[in-house]
Design a protein around this ligand. Structure first.
Ligand code: 7PM
Length: 283
């Protein structure tokens, strides 16, 4: 399962990601509503502090996001997203030894983040927005393509699949081809099943169980399940009580061969990864 079929050295701007190992990607959400008194300077300091703590705890990537993908959330304007994301990218790039991933679908954010030191484009819309493919191609950076149907605003409206894994796989293959057509080669692509995006609870569980089938696409997988409804519904727990369930899924994703775990709880997940690595590297 974990003997990779792909090259293990992934250049991400001025850093290299070693895909022979499992990495923890820490989530950094930059939204004005996350702190009540949020002046921009204060926001920036808090964001940098949080990023620094995650890097010190062992995150090798920080995923910076300025647009809420929450179902029904109001869309964020381009300028507002730029104002949220770019200062964080700039500060993290200057201060910390980490690969910066930008969680965005917006061409202007892709272009400017790359200029300020981002190393990876993470787009829940798989570069389907106008201009996003060209913008990503021009950066020369790797991209993470994630499965989703529709838009965050309508994706949970009665999702249906005849062949869940087959349809997720076909979608990702089509997006890989769209990338290759604009000059983003397969070697620069990461894939993500998109847990919680246009999927029922049963879909999420089944897709997780059969995740390894997606390795037929020949690219490393990134998995984001941290604190998601998949955990909440299985355990009957609110978002602040989903740590242990999330860690269980992280261990299982790693066992199935996922290479990047996108999480909120970095120290706990890094311990988990290191523990599994200790066993798997034993004689
Ligand atoms: C509300 C709903 C808030 C959903 C936040 C979310 C992923 C991602 C997100 C993922 C990749 C969350 C999500 N999820 N990028 N961005 N994979 N590649 O729970 O699963 O963090 S946002």
């Amino acid at each position: 399962m974990s003997s990779a079929l792909y090259p293990t050295r992934l250049p991400c701007g001025n850093r290299v990601l070693d895909l022979s190992r499992t990495h923890v990607m820490g989530i950094l959400n930059i939204t004005p509503d996350s702190f009540s008194d949020g002046g921009r300077f204060n926001q920036r300091e808090l964001g940098l502090q949080h990023a620094r703590a995650m890097v010190e705890a062992g995150a090798t990537l920080i995923d910076v996001g300025g647009e809420s993908t929450r179902p029904g959330a109001p869309p964020v304007g381009v300028q507002e997203e730029l104002d949220r994301v770019l200062p964080a990218v700039e500060a993290i790039s200057r201060e910390l030894d980490v690969i910066i991933s930008v969680d965005t679908s917006t061409p202007e954010v892709i272009t400017e983040s790359a200029r300020l030191g981002a190393g990876l484009i993470n787009d829940v819309r798989s570069l389907r927005r106008d201009g996003a493919l060209a913008a990503a191609a021009a950066t020369g950076l790797p991209v993470c393509l994630m499965h989703m149907r529709g838009e965050p605003g309508n994706m949970q409206r009665d999702p249906h699949y005849d062949d869940l894994v087959g349809e997720v796989s076909a979608f990702l293959r089509e997006r890989m081809q769209a990338c290759e057509a604009v000059g983003i080669p397969a070697e620069r692509i990461l894939l993500d099943p998109g847990f919680g995006f246009a999927k029922t609870h049963a879909h999420n569980l089944s897709l997780f169980k059969h995740m390894a089938e997606l390795f037929a696409l020949g690219r490393p997988l990134l998995v984001g399940v941290s604190r998601k409804s998949m955990v909440g519904l299985a355990l009957g727990k609110p978002v602040n009580e989903r740590l242990y369930g999330s860690l269980g899924l992280a261990a299982l994703a790693m066992h199935k061969g996922a290479r990047i775990l996108r999480v909120h709880d970095v120290p706990e997940t890094v311990d988990l990864v290191r523990m599994i690595e200790a066993v798997e590297s034993a004689e």
